[in-house]
Design a protein around this ligand. Structure first.
Ligand code: C2E
Ligand code: MG
Ligand code: MG
Length: 740
C-alpha cells in the first residue's frame, strides 16, 4: 500500500513529536478502509490510496491538485454540496451526507461523505473528507426493499388466506383470509385460532396433527373444516410451516385455501358421473332390449315371410303344393318338354263320394282322410312328380317325362292303392278316385289346357262308373262344357221355381188298382229346355245341392198327396226317390218325420226309393237309419234292383218292403230268356222274404202278362201310365176309374 501513498509534503521545521505524529497520520491514511482526502482551496492537497482507488485513479499522487468539483456529478451538485456542508462544518460539526459521486471515467457511485474543517477557526486550512462507497450497501438495501415489496404484494393480493400464528393466536393475516372467513379488516387480530373452528375437538385435532410436523421443521398440509363468522362451514386446504423450528415461540405461517366449491363441484361431479353412468347403463340396457326385440321381430317377420310363402305355395291341410306352385312347376316342366321333346302327363284326380264322408262323419274325419289320401298319392309317384291339391277333394298330378303309358301306370297304381281302406279314428273308409289323364302336347300345349282336358276326362271317368280313369279325347270337351253350365244353372233353379214334380202311377198287377204314385223331378230351364233328372241329379249330388232339392221334392210330394186326399181322390201313397247323399245325411229320419207332420200325413203314405249303393256304402249306418225309418212307419223300396250288387244279405239285413226291378230287365223280357229267368228269380226270392216287387218300365201288355204270371206285385211304366203333372193325374185317375 505504501507505494501507492502520496509522498509527504516537505516537512515543516518541527519538533520530533510532530514528526512522529505525521508518520502516524501517514500510516493511518494508508491503512484506512475509507477514502480520505484533504481539500484546500477546492483542490486536493493529499489523499490516501483508497480514495484514489474509489475515484478510479492509479495512485494518490495522480490526484494532487485535482479540483474537488470533478468528484461531483456537476457544478450544480458541487455547489449544492458546498452550500449544505459549509454551515455545518463551519460550526465545527462534521457534515455527513450520502450522495452520488463521479469517478474519473464518469461512472457514478453512491458514497457516504463525512466532512469537517481541519481547523474550524481557520477554514482556509481546508477540510478533510472521509468517503465510504455505499454502492454495495445501496444495492443490498434495494434488493431487500424489493423483496419486502414483493412479499407484501403477495401477502395483500394472494388468492389464498395467509396467517401468522404464535402460540395458537393470530398475529397477522391477509385480507383474503378475513374475507374468506367473513370478517372485517383487523377483526381477527390477536384472536385465538379457536375462533374459526366449529368445536374444541376439531381445534385440538388440527393441533395434534400439525404440531409434531412443524416441530420437525417439515411443512404440514391437510384439510380442515373452518367456521366462518356467519356460522357457515367451509372446507379449507391448509399448508403450514414453523417460522423457526428451533424456536417454536416465533410461531408459524399458515396458508389456507377455500376448497368448498371445489369439493362441492367434485361431489356434484361424482354425482353427475354416477348419474351419467346409470343413464348409460340404462340406455345400454334399453338398447340391448331394443336390439333383442328387433332380432325377435326380424325372426318373426322372417318366419311370417316363410309362412306366407309356404301358404302361397302349399295347401295348409295336406302340405301338398297348391295351384300356384303347380303352375310354376308345370311351366318349367312344359318348357323342358318343349325343349327336349320329352313327354309329360297331367292326371286330374277326384275322390268319389268324398262329400258323403264330410256330410255324414263331419269335417274333422274328412280332413284326416284327405291328409291320408294325400300321403298315399305322394307314395305312388316319383320324386320329380308333383302332387297338388286343388282344393276340396280334387288333386292334380304333374308327371314330367311320363307318356300316356306311364300316366296309365300311375293311375293303375293309385287305384290299387285306393283299395286298401283308410283307418280314420274308428272308421274304416275306402275312397276310390276317378281320374282323367291328359298328355302333352296333343291334349294341350299349356298347363291350363292340359289341366282342363284332364278334368274333362275325369268327369267322363266318373260318369263311366267311378273308381276308374279315362284318357282325354277331343269329343269330351263339348260334354263337359254342358256339365259346367248345368251345374251353374242348377244353383238358381230352386229359387227361380224351375222345378216341377210329375207323378207316375204304380198299379197293383192283380187288381189293376192304383197303389201309389212315384214322384219324379222335372227341371225346365228357360233356355236349355227340359233336362233329364238322370243328367242333373248326379250333378246336384256332387255339388251338394241335392239336399235342398230333395227336401223340396219331399215337401212338395207330400203336400200334393195331402191335397189329393183332401180333395177326395183315391191316391193312397207317394213314392219319393231319395239320393244316397240325402240318405246319409245325419238327422234324415227326423227330417222325414217333420215333413210328414207338416203335411199332416201318416208315415204309411210315404215310400222312399233308395238305390242299393246308398245302403251298401256304409251298411252299419244304413241299417241304423233304416231301422229309424221303419220305426216311423215309412216304407223303403230298393230302386233299380239288379243293376248293382243285388245283394241277398242286403234284403235279409234291412227292413225293406219292396224291390223295384230295373227297367233294363223288363225291357227285354220278350226276347231275352236270361232276363226272364232273372226277373222270375227276383220275384220268387222276394216272395220268399215277404217283400213286394214292382216292375219298372212296363211298356207292353206282354210284359205285364209275364210279370203277372210270375207273381210280381206291381207294375209301373208307360203301359200303365206315364209320369204326369198333378192335374193330368187326376184326369188319368178319372179315366182309369172309368175303365177299371
Ligand atoms: P227311377 O227312380 O228309376 O225312375 C223311373 C224312371 O223311368 C223315370 O225316368 C221314368 O220317367 C222312367 N220310366 C217310367 N216308365 C217308363 C217306361 O215305360 N219306359 C221308359 N223307358 N222309361 C220309363 P226319369 O223321370 O227320367 O228319372 C230318371 C231317374 O232320375 C229316376 O229313376 C230317379 O233315379 C231319378 N230321379 C227322378 N226324380 C228324382 C227325385 O225327385 N229325386 C231323386 N233323388 N232322384 C230322382
Ligand atoms: Mg225311382
Ligand atoms: Mg228305377
Amino acid at each position: 500500500m505504501n507505494e501507492t501513498a502520496t509522498p509527504l509534503p516537505a516537512p515543516l521545521p518541527q519538533k520530533a513529536p510532530a514528526e512522529r505524529a505525521f508518520h502516524e497520520l501517514q500510516a493511518l491514511l494508508d491503512n484506512a478502509g475509507a477514502g480520505i482526502v484533504f481539500i484546500r482551496a477546492r483542490e486536493v492537497v493529499r489523499c490516501n490510496a483508497r480514495f484514489a482507488q474509489l475515484f478510479g485513479y492509479r495512485s494518490a499522487a495522480d490526484l494532487i491538485g485535482q479540483r474537488s468539483e470533478s468528484f461531483s456529478l456537476g457544478r450544480v451538485a458541487y455547489r449544492d454540496l458546498g452550500r449544505a456542508a459549509f454551515p455545518v462544518i463551519a460550526a465545527g460539526q462534521p457534515y455527513v451526507t450520502e450522495r452520488e459521486m463521479r469517478r474519473r471515467d464518469g461512472q457514478r457511485f453512491w458514497a457516504r461523505l463525512t466532512g469537517s474543517l481541519i481547523n474550524p477557526a481557520q477554514p482556509d486550512e481546508g477540510a478533510i473528507w472521509v468517503i465510504d462507497n455505499l454502492d454495495a450497501q445501496k444495492a443490498a438495501q434495494k434488493q431487500l426493499e424489493a423483496a419486502l415489496w414483493e412479499k407484501q404484494t403477495l401477502f395483500d393480493n394472494a388468492m389464498v388466506g395467509i396467517v401468522y400464528l404464535v402460540d395458537r393466536r393470530m398475529t397477522r393475516c391477509n385480507g383474503f383470509f378475513e374475507q374468506m372467513l367473513g370478517y372485517g379488516p383487523g377483526e381477527l387480530s390477536g384472536c385465538s385460532t379457536r375462533t374459526w373452528y366449529a368445536s374444541d375437538a376439531e381445534w385440538e385435532d388440527i393441533a395434534r396433527r400439525s404440531g409434531p410436523v412443524l416441530m420437525r421443521g417439515e411443512s404440514f398440509s391437510g384439510e380442515v373444516s373452518v367456521r366462518r363468522k356467519d356460522g357457515s362451514i367451509i372446507a379449507c386446504e391448509v399448508r403450514s410451516r414453523a417460522l423457526d423450528p428451533e424456536n417454536p415461540a416465533r410461531g408459524s405461517l399458515w396458508i389456507a385455501m377455500d376448497v368448498t366449491e371445489r369439493k362441492n363441484a367434485q361431489a356434484s361431479l361424482t354425482r353427475v358421473q354416477a348419474e351419467l353412468e346409470r343413464l348409460v347403463a340404462e340406455r345400454t340396457r334399453q338398447l340391448s332390449e331394443t336390439v333383442q326385440t328387433l332380432h325377435r321381430e326380424m325372426e318373426e317377420r322372417r318366419a311370417d315371410r316363410d309362412r306366407i310363402h309356404w301358404l302361397a305355395h302349399y295347401d295348409a291341410l295336406t302340405g301338398l303344393p297348391n295351384r300356384t306352385l303347380l303352375a310354376e312347376r308345370s311351366r318349367e316342366a312344359i318348357a323342358l318338354a318343349k325343349k327336349d321333346g320329352s313327354p309329360l302327363a297331367v292326371v286330374f284326380v277326384d275322390l268319389d263320394h268324398f262329400k258323403h264322408v264330410n256330410d255324414s262323419l263331419g269335417h274333422r274325419v274328412g280332413d284326416a282322410l284327405l291328409v291320408a289320401i294325400a300321403e298315399r298319392l305322394r307314395s305312388v309317384v316319383r320324386e320329380k312328380d308333383t302332387v297338388c291339391r286343388l282344393g276340396g277333394d280334387e288333386f292334380i298330378l304333374l308327371l314330367p317325362g311320363a307318356s300316356a303309358h306311364g300316366a296309365e301306370r300311375v293311375a293303375g297304381k293309385l287305384l290299387d292303392a285306393s283299395r286298401q281302406p283308410y283307418q280314420i279314428d274308428r272308421h274304416e273308409l275306402t275312397m276310390a278316385p276317378s281320374m282323367g289323364i291328359a298328355v302333352f302336347p296333343q291334349d294341350g300345349m299349356d298347363f291350363d289346357t292340359l289341366a282342363q282336358s284332364a278334368d274333362v276326362a275325369m268327369y267322363r271317368a266318373k260318369q263311366g262308373g267311378r273308381g276308374t280313369f279315362c284318357f282325354f279325347t277331343p269329343e269330351m270337351q263339348a260334354h263337359s262344357a254342358r256339365a259346367l253350365m248345368l251345374e251353374n244353372a242348377l244353383r238358381r233353379a230352386l229359387e227361380r221355381d224351375q222345378f216341377r214334380l210329375h207323378y207316375q202311377p204304380q198299379l197293383c198287377i192283380a187288381t189293376g188298382r192304383l197303389r201309389g204314385v212315384e214322384a219324379l223331378l222335372r227341371w225346365h230351364h228357360p233356355e236349355l229346355g227340359a233336362i233329364s233328372p238322370a243328367e242333373f241329379i248326379p250333378l246336384a249330388e256332387d255339388s251338394g245341392q241335392i239336399l235342398a232339392i230333395g227336401d223340396w221334392v219331399l215337401r212338395t210330394a207330400l203336400a200334393q198327396l195331402r191335397a189329393w186326399q183332401d180333395a177326395g181322390h183315391a191316391v193312397p201313397a207317394v213314392a219319393v226317390n231319395l239320393s244316397a247323399v240325402q240318405f246319409r245325411r245325419p238327422g234324415m229320419p227326423e227330417r222325414i218325420a217333420e215333413l210328414l207332420e207338416e203335411a199332416g200325413l201318416p208315415a204309411q203314405a210315404l215310400e222312399l226309393e233308395l238305390t242299393e249303393g246308398a245302403a251298401l256304402d256304409d251298411p252299419y249306418l244304413a241299417g241304423v237309419t233304416m231301422a229309424q225309418l221303419q220305426a216311423l212307419g215309412v216304407r223303403i223300396a230298393i230302386d233299380d234292383f239288379g243293376t248293382g250288387y243285388s245283394s241277398l244279405s242286403l234284403l235279409k239285413r234291412f227292413p225293406i218292403s219292396k224291390l223295384k226291378i230295373d227297367q233294363s230287365f223288363v225291357r227285354d223280357l220278350g226276347d231275352d230268356p236270361s232276363d226272364r229267368a232273372l226277373v222270375s228269380a227276383i220275384v220268387r226270392m222276394a216272395q220268399a222274404l215277404g217283400i213286394d216287387t214292382t216292375a219298372e218300365g212296363v211298356e207292353t201288355p206282354q210284359q205285364l202278362d209275364f210279370l203277372r204270371a210270375q207273381g210280381c206285385t206291381e207294375a209301373q211304366g208307360y203301359h200303365c201310365g206315364r209320369p204326369m203333372a198333378a192335374q193330368e193325374l187326376l184326369a188319368w185317375i178319372a179315366a182309369a176309374g172309368a175303365t177299371a
